[in-house]
Write a new protein. Structure first.
Length: 179
């Protein structure tokens, strides 16, 4: 077993597909959403209200600000998938190029870096999430089974200083190693 995908155990009875390549020489394995989910447009009235207040140097309404923060915070789309690979490999999660074009969906972290030691971590079993923000003008309804991103396995290199640098055991993702 070199590298591949498994379904995270809490989704075992939910008929998920492991990521797949859609053409003969595709680099990316397409990931599907594990759930139905709505990604609200960032241009919600609350966001515009906040911008208007800033522009006109007026006090920002706190309810509007809270609403805007919710929409501006990236949404994490669960995939129900974990990936195993060799210790000198990484899985890069990239957007589908059609997502910004057709639906205004961007991955705000640019690319997702899925480390080999994320697999089966104690916090969430290594479930891969795709971070998404909706810069389009309409809310986007993601359906379970819809393709939302793609994963590319890559080898990586180690620096000369690496052996001297202290490491910790991964026990989660999204800031689990501290600030
Ligand atoms: O789009 C992403 C990016 C990351 N991850 C998971 C896998 C990865 O191994 C882990 C940590 O990612 P990263 O090192 O990029 O984030 P961090 O903010 O440095 O978190 P940590 O402190 O946990 O390393 O979070 C995802 O599921 N999706
Ligand atoms: Mg990290």
């Amino acid at each position: 077993m070199k590298r591949g995908f498994e379904i995270v155990s809490k989704y075992n009875d939910q008929d998920l597909n492991v990521p797949y390549r859609t053409t003969n020489h595709a680099a990316g394995y397409d990931f599907e959403s594990a759930v139905d989910m709505v990604i609200p447009s960032i241009w919600k009235s609350n966001f515009l209200k906040v911008l208007w207040s800033i522009k006109h140097e007026k006090a920002v309404d706190s309810t509007a600000l809270e609403g805007a923060k919710k929409v501006l915070k990236p949404f994490l789309i669960p995939t129900g998938i974990k990936a195993y690979m060799q210790p000198d490999e990484v899985l890069i999660i990239a957007n589908r190029s059609s997502n910004p074009l057709k639906r205004g969906l961007v991955i705000p972290n640019g690319i997702g870096v899925i480390d080999s030691d994320y697999y089966n971590n104690s916090a969430n079993e290594g479930e891969i999430f795709v971070q998404i923000l909706n810069f389009g003008i309409s809310d986007i309804h993601i359906k379970k089974g819809e393709r939302i991103g793609q994963g590319i396995f890559m080898p990586f290199l180690i620096s000369d200083q690496d052996d001297d640098q202290k490491k910790q055991t991964r026990n989660g993702g999204f800031g689990s190693s501290g600030q």
